[in-house]
Ligand binder design. Structure first.
Ligand SMILES: C[S@@+](CC[C@H](N)C(=O)[O-])C[C@H]1O[C@@H](n2cnc3c(N)ncnc32)[C@H](O)[C@@H]1O
Length: 330
């Protein structure tokens, strides 16, 4: 067992973007994690030694108490992070900085507005996301870009790499689109994928560009890539999954807790969810989440369809040298 470093919280489901691949696209869901429930969760996280709390959604910047939550996290001595589509970032960067936000993660799926705004069904989103990133970098915040890569945009990856390297972004997660079905890569695409991998992971490194975390989005080995193109299942950790001992994910609206940030998005998630309806009794390392961890630690690398390249890479590293503090690796 390891120290639980990260707590992800899905604060809300409401979202102002229309991303074609996402279950929360343009959701008008009204649920918001309340301030009092958040305080219980924060206290439990601090007690157990969590280092970082990362807010996701929906769109976290639509939550009116977000700044207050970030201030409370800073006062408790933990680090905070948000994953955002960037639409409301530039107008909030100053306030986020003052509140004590440590890391901002912006989702960027293309190197230009035409493709990004189309994939995310949101005119003007690319411009606003880049503007927000630039301001966050200017404020000295730790920045990261999350890119979802699939048949419709994989050729964009070297261009995104150059763009965000030139901007001075600090970290890049490049992970696969997940749709619970095979992805539509043609045979020609699969040939072009090799050139893109060379561009990003070989030439990009030579050019001192930012290189994505972890495994390659379609797999590091021939076997992983064959499975990925045939089934759409993304590369998983080698050996055991160590993420389940270091991460928890709270779906606040449903009061469900998961032993990894990626289990909740999968079809099998409900079968595993640990219920935590009463936040005053919130315990992020209870028997149910330990049972999840037990199962996915051994069998996740064989059966889990939700992994990300970052999770697979981080798990491998933890397996090799067991860092106590994962920092912003994950
Ligand atoms: C659900 S969003 C919530 C945060 C915020 N609204 C955003 O767009 O970044 C969190 C992350 O999940 C990614 N995502 C959404 N649907 C996905 C899918 N089908 N496969 C892989 N990643 C996905 C998004 O690109 C984003 O980086």
């Amino acid at each position: 067992m390891g120290q639980i470093d990260y707590l992800f919280i899905r604060l809300l489901e409401g979202c102002n973007a229309g991303c074609s691949m996402c279950g929360f696209a343009r959701s008008s869901d009204k649920y918001r994690l309340s301030e009092s429930d958040f305080q219980y969760v924060l206290k439990a996280a601090k007690n157990i030694g969590v280092n970082c709390i990362r807010f996701t959604g929906g769109e976290p910047l639509l939550h009116r108490s977000l700044l207050g939550f970030i201030e409370s996290i800073r006062e408790a001595g933990l680090k905070s992070s948000i994953i955002t589509n960037g639409s409301l970032l530039s107008r909030n960067v100053g306030r986020l900085k003052v509140a004590g936000l440590d890391q901002v993660i912006v989702s960027i799926d293309a190197s230009n507005a035409e493709i990004h705004d189309k994939l995310r069904n949101t005119p003007g989103l690319f411009r606003r996301a880049i503007e927000g990133l630039e301001l966050a970098i200017g404020e000295g915040m730790m920045t990261r870009v999350n890119t979802v890569c699939g048949p419709g945009n994989f050729r964009e990856m070297p261009l995104i790499q150059k763009l965000i390297s030139d901007l001075g972004v600090h970290q890049w997660e490049l992970s696969s689109l997940k749709l619970e079905r095979p992805l539509d890569y043609s045979i020609e695409d699969q040939i072009d994928v090799e050139a893109v991998i060379d561009g990003v992971y070989v030439q990009g490194r030579k050019n001192n560009y930012i290189v994505p975390f972890g495994k390659i989005w379609c797999g590091n080995t021939k076997k992983e890539r064959e499975e990925y193109f045939k089934t759409g299942v993304t590369p998983r950790p080698d050996g055991q999954c160590h993420i389940v001992d270091r991460v928890r994910y709270l779906d606040a609206k449903r009061g469900q807790l998961f032993a990894c940030s990626l289990i909740p998005h999968r079809l099998e998630a409900q079968a595993w969810a640990a219920s935590c309806e009463d936040f005053s009794k919130f315990d992020l390392d209870n028997e149910s989440t330990r049972a999840q961890a037990e199962f996915f630690r051994s069998y996740g690398p064989l059966v889990c369809t939700g992994c990300s390249t970052t999770a697979a890479g981080a798990s491998n590293e933890i397996g090799q040298y067991l860092p106590r503090d994962m920092g912003w690796w994950y």
